[in-house]
Design a binder for this molecule. Structure first.
Ligand code: XMP
Length: 505
């Protein structure tokens, strides 16, 4: 999918830049500012935005982009440090300014595609020390302030830069300026990238499946639902939907998934109840990677058996996403976790894979789901890993430990589903596998520990622990220890990703 790539030079506001772009109707992804151009191009960028950053381009260790970037003809918007990078790299002059600018600042605008529709003067948020004292050859200043003659510049073509921060709320016309960059400089249309993706993905699936039927494993999550919806649009009833209840689902989930999915996709869903088979395969297994492999392998065997019951099935549809591919070693050297729908596949699988979402990030999948008209309850579902609760029970998975985790998890979901600030990417309970001493009444107890995990994130690649309010945390601890037999202690996980991962295993 065509997307805007935000090069992050350590800005406080990189997420906000991406958010403004998404609000306008274009997918956006953030990458490290020093990412090689070839890797950026692999993300099919329609435009680049260079973020601000804490450094000075004059510092000897300043974070500089790949020099090849300056030979690319992609539309480019530099913001603050991003503007200074552009000036510095393209032959202009940047100097340390005795008086920087910070806070709300009056900016006088000259004609520029970025400023179409705005008055001659606006208020914008500044936060910089260095300033541009000489523009690069071919550039014109298109905004000034009392302190600088170049508060914005452009080369009359695809390269634009602003010294102020259009992404923050303190620049009231900032969203308009970003919109102008996307529409007037980059020539993009809101919503178009998602529509084009759907049309191309449907055509690609048709081409990839000239004959024969497909089977799709629904997990109840947004990825498999969207993958199935694309394939259903491409080949209709040649798609067979299967939902494997592996016994590692959350409370009430199996029933909810069956109903919601057949309704959303307009195709019949066959549910296979296999809890005993999975639990037997997991007996005695403690290592997380072995768990994933065992579950992945059992999954595939269950499918193959099902597929054999349906004449003419040749393909397996999966909702694999770009981060799954990257984290399973597709593009990075080290395998972080073998996500079951990529690295965990047995080598001798007999079905051919169809993975229409392989190039997408999670938020883009949601946009595609909305474009396909899927129920918002499915599109906005909290992500749930394929191996399910097995990777949230540390150590061996037993029916009793699953019961305990499921009950704690139901409380976490009930309490945190109402939290909108901060917006939570994922929240769940983990059975830590450590027992601790407690006291109830006059009795000594020695119960299990439950960890609560709640994170904010935009794509699951990085995440931050959610700053939940103390009353919410208190309610979680009180309810879990009171309502879940065998649990004596609740802890809150305050690890970000990196260095932690979102899941514990
Ligand atoms: P981690 O734990 O790697 O998780 O930070 C990133 C996102 O991926 C989900 N996840 C998985 N999804 N199979 C999946 O389908 C897996 O094996 C798996 N492991 C982690 C995790 O829930 C989070 O959203």
């Amino acid at each position: 999918m065509k997307r805007v790539v935000v090069l992050d030079f350590g800005a406080q506001y990189a997420q906000l830049i991406a958010r403004r772009v998404r609000e306008w109707g274009m997918p956006a992804e953030i990458v490290d500012g020093q990412t090689p151009l070839a890797e950026i191009e692999a993300l099919t960028p329609a435009a680049l935005i260079l973020s601000g950053g804490p450094q000075s381009v004059l510092d000897p260790d300043a974070a500089l982009p790949d020099p090849a970037l300056w030979r690319s003809d992609l539309p480019m918007l530099g913001i603050c440090y991003g503007m200074q990078l552009m000036a510095h790299a393209l032959g202009g002059g940047v100097e340390r300014s005795p008086v920087g600018e910070s806070g709300r600042t009056r900016v006088r605008l000259r004609p520029s595609p970025l400023f179409v529709g705005l008055p001659g003067e606006i208020v914008a948020w500044m936060s910089h020390g260095d300033r541009i004292e000489r523009l690069p050859p071919g550039f014109m200043a298109c905004a000034t302030t009392d302190a600088t003659h170049a508060a914005a510049m452009d080369d009359g073509g695809r390269r634009h830069a602003v010294q102020f921060h259009p992404e923050v709320a303190e620049t009231p016309d900032g969203a308009h300026i970003i919109g102008n960059f996307l529409a007037r400089v980059a020539g993009l249309e809101p919503g178009r990238a998602v529509q084009d993706f759907v049309a191309e993905a449907v055509a690609a699936v048709r081409a990839a499946m000239p004959a024969g039927d497909a089977i799709c494993a629904l997990s109840g999550g947004v990825d498999s639902a969207v993958a199935a919806a694309i394939v259903a649009r491409a080949v209709g009833e040649r798609l067979h939907l299967v939902f494997v209840d592996h016994g590692l689902l959350r409370a009430g989930e199996a029933e909810a998934v069956e109903g919601a999915m057949s309704e959303a996709l307009g195709l019949e869903v066959t549910t296979l109840r296999c809890a005993e088979r999975f639990l037997a395969a997991l007996r005695g297994v403690e290592d997380p990677e072995v768990k994933r492999k065992v579950i992945g392998e059992t999954f595939i065997r269950v499918f193959e058996a099902q597929a054999e019951r349906i004449p003419g099935v040749r393909y397996l549809v999966q909702g694999t996403l770009y981060p799954d591919v990257v984290e399973s070693g597709g593009r990075r050297a080290a395998v972080i976790k073998s996500h079951h729908n990529v690295g965990g596949l047995p080598g001798n699988m007999r079905l051919e894979l169809v993975e229409p979402l392989r190039t997408l990030f999670k938020d883009e999948v949601r946009a595609v789901g909305r474009q396909l008209g899927l129920d918002p309850a499915i599109v906005n579902r909290v992500p749930f890993p394929g191996p399910g609760l097995a990777i949230r029970v540390m150590g061996e998975v037993t029916p009793e430990r699953l019961r305990c985790l499921r009950a704690a998890d139901a409380i976490v979901r009930e309490e945190l589903e109402r939290v909108t600030d901060p917006p939570l990417w994922q929240y769940f309970a983990v059975l830590v596998g450590t027992r601790s001493v407690g006291v109830v009444g006059d009795q000594r107890t020695y119960g299990e520990t439950v960890a609560v995990r709640a994170v904010t994130s935009t794509d699951g690649m990085t995440a931050d622990w959610a700053r939940l309010d103390h009353d919410t945390l208190q309610r979680l601890a009180t309810r879990i220890t009171a309502e879940v037999a065998g649990v004596g202690r609740v802890v809150y996980d305050i690890t970000s990703k990196p260095p932690g991962t979102i899941e514990w295993e």
